[in-house]
Design a protein around this ligand. Structure first.
Ligand code: FE2
Length: 512
């Protein structure tokens, strides 16, 4: 933010929060930019008996000198110039004739896919043992849907049959190494035993696959046992079937995909989010879409949270997590009740960090749970909307994929999301991101979805991979210092909206 240091933000935060006041992100920027007197604002808010300070309140109640107004305008104008872009959605008079009001909701949230209330893990050794067995078994069953791997045999049987045995095995990768002479080896295991796989450097295709194999992923290997080495002639990932018939809604309905709202952050784009809410209410162009909007899916990081990283305190306008969710409720309660809103969790939300994540407790989510059309779920979550299957996952492990696989980048998150689909797992590499060792593996992509929706990286992305729409829905937070240091370029306030009847996707922009 131009001209305002973190110490000043921290001071403002403390002052407002000590007085029980919540300040909207835009109002907060104005107070900081215009050097408005917080004591004066607090006094006026208290005498007016309000708890939420927005820009309108500042306009009406706070006297700003002409000089301050001019300086403030200059600062805000220069910030705007930096992000000038074509505006897709314009604000205009609302319409009250949304056809979607007459369309019956057909939202089915797959409770089986939600860890909420079912967690059994205590983090002891037995839990990890059970989890790895469940993880192996669930991915093996996916691989065994392929004709060639139906007859895969356990490692122990290969070893007992002895040298010269030709076989297919399904195994988990425990180690990966290349010798000084360039020979490639994979150390693998299944519940019956361990084996070392040799991959010839002369086989270009296998060498390429070797480079992209991640530790802990489950693969199929065809080969021949030669003494203690299993010489690979084929390595296969579970992947998606080459062809499948996607499911379509039988009528014209739209779904909007959002994530990473980060309410409470100093950089939350409140005005732009409100513009989206206004558009949903029929104000603006593209009414053929807003009028038929039936579903809104939000893939986590609903709020910025508190204590997520060391210097966060100075980056918040709402330093209380309860109030962050309160403010989110205030925004979401403006969404018409005929539109179903599904909220799942992310690494900034007030639930455990290890995945799968249960849903937000009612004690923290408060008013969110009172909104009849808002459904709070765990992460990941499977659901279907008008018969179209959706897999929604926040995407915390995208950092791991992008960091370990060439060709995957923060600017093209869909490339990393495709790697999940190839491995049919949402955290294919254990140990880097936190996994809660549950008895069942909630992270295997057992059934193929029509839409795979993630967030986390704050950059929009789209691809169609073997018939699955791969969507990353960006963010509502402008560029953080951390992203600036890493050179990441977020794409805030852009909403992919899909017509579930024909799967056409529109990208709508709600920025200035
Ligand atoms: Fe985020």
């Amino acid at each position: 933010m131009v001209g305002v240091d973190s110490e000043r933000r921290r001071e403002l935060n403390i002052k407002f929060s000590e007085n029980g006041l919540i300040v909207g992100a835009d109002a907060f920027r104005k107070i900081a930019d215009c050097s408005l007197d917080p004591e004066d604002i607090i006094l006026k808010a208290k005498s007016s008996k309000i708890w939420f300070i927005d820009e309108q309140f500042l306009e009406e109640y706070v006297v700003v000198s002409k000089e301050d107004k001019k300086a403030c305008k200059e600062i805000q104008e220069s910030a705007k110039e930096a992000k000038a872009e074509e505006q897709v959605v314009e604000v205009s008079r609302p319409t009250d004739s949304a056809p979607a009001k007459k369309i019956e909701s057909r939202l089915v949230i797959n409770e089986k896919s939600d860890i909420t209330g079912k967690s059994t893990c205590s983090g002891d050794i037995q839990d990890f043992f059970d989890y790895f067995n469940a993880r192996y078994a669930s991915t093996r069953s996916v691989l065994q849907e392929r004709m060639e791997y139906k007859s895969a045999i356990p490692i122990d049987d290969v070893l007992k049959a002895g040298s010269g045995t030709k076989a297919r095995i399904i195994c988990m990768v425990a180690g990966k190494r290349t010798s000084d002479k360039g020979y490639k080896f994979l150390d693998v295991e299944d519940p019956t035993g361990e084996l070392t796989i040799f991959i010839s450097g002369e086989n270009q295709l296998l060498s390429q696959i070797f480079e992209r194999v991640l530790l802990d992923e489950v693969i199929g290997v065809k080969g021949t046992l030669r003494n203690t080495l299993f010489i690979a002639s084929d390595v296969t990932q579970p992947d998606l079937p080459l062809t499948r018939q996607p499911k379509y809604a039988d009528e014209e309905v739209y779904a909007a995909f959002l994530s990473d709202i980060h309410v409470g952050s100093y950089l939350f784009m409140e005005k732009e989010f409100q513009r989206f809410v206004d558009w949903v209410n029929g104000k603006g162009n593209k009414r053929e879409i807003s009028g038929n909007l039936k579903y809104i899916f939000i893939a986590g990081d609903l709020v910025d949270g508190v204590g997520i990283y060391p210097t966060q305190e100075s980056e918040l306008t709402i330093p209380d997590v309860y109030k962050q969710y309160d403010f989110l409720s205030m925004l979401l309660e403006q969404i018409p009740s005929h539109i179903e809103v599904v909220l799942s969790m992310g690494n900034h939300d007030a639930v455990r960090n290890a995945e799968p994540q249960p849903k937000l407790p009612k004690e923290i989510g408060g008013r969110l749970f009172e909104l009849p059309n808002v459904h709070v779920t765990g992460n990941p979550i499977r659901l279907s909307a008008h018969d179209v299957d959706v897999l929604m996952y926040h995407g915390t492990s995208l950092d791991m994929i992008i960091g370990n696989l060439s060709g995957c980048s923060y600017s093209r998150p869909e490339t990393a999301m495709i790697e999940y689909l190839k491995r049919r797992h949402l955290i294919p590499m254990y140990g880097v991101e936190g996994i809660a060792p549950e008895k069942a593996d909630y992270l295997t992509i057992r059934d193929v979805p029509d839409i795979f929706h993630c967030g986390h990286v704050h950059t929009n992305g789209y691809a169609n991979y073997r018939g699955v729409h791969v969507i990353n829905s960006g963010t509502w937070q402008s560029k953080t210092k951390y992203q600036e240091q890493l050179g990441h370029v977020p794409t805030p306030a852009r909403v992919p909206v899909m017509n579930l009847h024909n799967h056409d996707i529109n990208m709508l922009y709600f920025g200035d």
